[in-house]
Design a protein around this ligand. Structure first.
Ligand code: 3HC
Length: 287
């Protein structure tokens, strides 16, 4: 297991993260099949990938021929059965343990014995997800960061029963598609979110405590701490709902008050002010 060469990759769920991961794979020359629950959602993801590759052509970072070849490597499906010949399947579906368990059971019944099953979960325990598989040794976390095509890091998460061979194969694959992987244990938030989520929560608390405007808070962290983007702009990019969910999951694992999402973020999530994807969060967006 895990020694097979990864020729074909499956991606389950083509939302922001799944579409980004599929883009990374096809850009790196890997045949990829992406699965969404409807053909329309799959097509939307393909259009998004085509848009970003088109921008790369406009900026002369890629030729039109390379873009067409990359898009040609992307197949779309609504059927898990189409993952039968994949060497690696990366799950990037909804962050709900029941959904993940159903998917991993279906994947288990579909893929070859030596295929690797990875999850891009940021909030759930990889060990708990792997428990739905008859072969938890082949289940590993591959946690990409948003936007996946631009962020170099991938956390390769070793769950309780993941084999070292599978960890090594996932690590090598991340390197092959141009990423900078690290290895870590399956603890709440892994490495980056364990640090970043309470930090972003603190930033939101400071908004009220320090009587600073949203714009000035972002300015403070960009120009005083060298962040590439301000904390509220980052929360809008990640998605307020995604952040609140991940924050609650880390809080329930560690029970440290800083891990819990501030009421202001929960209220935004309840009100549907989710950031870029809904056109409004801390800021307004028209794209
Ligand atoms: N999404 C966005 N842009 C993409 C893209 C994609 N999927 N694929 C390609 N691109 C291209 C765009 O087309 C754009 O070019 P264009 O403007 O000509 O169209 C280009 O990449 C990005 O250009 P920018 O000028 O916006 O790039 P920046 O130099 O400003 O960098 C950034 C953008 C990389 C997002 C930078 O601001 C940054 O590093 N921000 C921090 C992001 C971060 O911290 N992410 C982690 C979030 S936490 C997380 O993901 C964990 C999860 O579990 C919650």
């Amino acid at each position: 297991m895990g020694t097979t060469e990864i020729r074909k990759v499956g991606v389950v769920g083509l939302g922001t993260m799944g579409a980004g991961i599929a883009q990374v794979c096809v850009q790196a020359g890997v045949e990829t099949v992406g699965r969404e629950i409807s053909a329309e959602l799959g097509e939307k993801a393909r259009e998004k990938i085509a848009h970003f590759l088109g921008r790369a052509v406009e900026k002369e970072r890629m030729t039109a021929k390379e873009r067409d070849a990359a898009l040609g490597r992307l197949a779309l499906t609504t059927e898990i059965a189409d993952f039968a010949d994949c060497d690696l399947v990366i799950e990037a579906a909804f962050e709900d343990i029941a959904v993940k368990h159903e998917l991993f059971e279906a994947l288990d019944a579909t893929v070859r014995e030596d295929a690797i099953l990875a999850t891009n979960t940021s909030a759930l325990s990889v060990t708990q997800i792997a428990a739905a598989s008859r072969k938890p040794e082949r289940v590993v976390g591959m946690h990409f960061f948003n936007p996946a095509p631009l962020m170099p890091l991938v956390e390769i998460v070793r769950a309780q029963r993941t084999s070292e061979e599978v960890v090594d194969a996932a690590y090598a694959f991340a390197q092959r598609v141009g990423k900078e992987p690290i290895r870590c244990n399956d603890t709440p938030g892994f490495v980056v979110n364990r640090i970043l989520i309470p930090l972003l929560n603190d930033c939101v608390r400071v908004l009220d405590e320090a009587g600073v405007s949203v714009e000035d808070l972002d300015k403070a962290m960009r120009f005083g701490a060298g962040w590439p983007m301000g904390p509220t702009a980052l929360l809008d990019l990640v998605g307020i709902d995604v952040h609140v969910h991940a924050s609650e999951a880390i809080w329930s694992g560690l029970r440290e008050p800083r891990m819990a999402p501030p009421p202001r973020l929960k209220a935004m999530a309840d009100a549907g002010l989710l950031g870029r994807k809904t056109g409004r969060g801390f800021f307004e967006y028209d794209d």
